[in-house]
Design a protein around this ligand. Sequence first.
Ligand code: COA
Length: 190
Amino acid sequence: MSAPDPIRIRSAAVEDAAGIARVQVATWRTAFRGIVADRALARLDVERRTERWREIVAREGDLAFIAEGDRGGSPGVVGFIDGGANRDTEPPFDAFGGELYAIYVLQSHQRGGTGTRLVRALVDALLRAGHGSMLVWTFEASPFRAFYEGLGGRRVGTKEIEIDEVPYVVVAYGWDDLGALRLRLGGDES
Ligand SMILES: CC(C)(COP(=O)(O)OP(=O)(O)OC[C@H]1O[C@@H](n2cnc3c(N)ncnc32)[C@H](O)[C@@H]1OP(=O)(O)O)[C@@H](O)C(=O)NCCC(=O)NCCS
């Protein structure tokens, strides 16, 4: 008999903000070292992020889910996803109804299927909210783009953003049919 899956996916609450912020800062530092300037990575601040996540999670229409699991012997947030209505107003990016704003899984917990389960929870919520398509932005230089390509994301285009006055190229992946993505993901998260 296989061991029970120790990761639980559930809707995020305002009280999860600190756990979400810790995962975001730790994962930026492992995943984006060499992609984002060291100075920007060093400046990331868990307390400031916690305040922002408190506001975001409480926002009407925001769809946030966490993955709870073992964090060094005690239970805690090991991953999260956040999404909602597409914020992009420029064509061709504005053609997508929903957006995956952010997804992070701690390095220690990656490649175990948690990211896929988080996407499934968000896609279910976006479909329930009436969105039929979805967009996501990520760094062009990031190897984690493969995660979106594996989920059938279509490369929509690129743009330049600035972090601490340093320019970065980000690429958008899109899913034109969220129902089809949901079928591809299989399983049941909600
Ligand atoms: C992207 C991320 C959320 C994926 O979470 P995860 O729990 O590792 O995802 P899964 O285990 O469900 O991966 C599913 C598939 O995606 C692909 N994949 C995931 N990470 C990959 C990587 N680094 N390189 C190549 N393929 C990758 C694989 O096909 C994988 O299946 P496999 O492990 O059976 O080969 C996580 O790696 C992460 O937090 N990365 C850093 C932050 C980031 O880039 N976030 C997204 C952009 S903002």
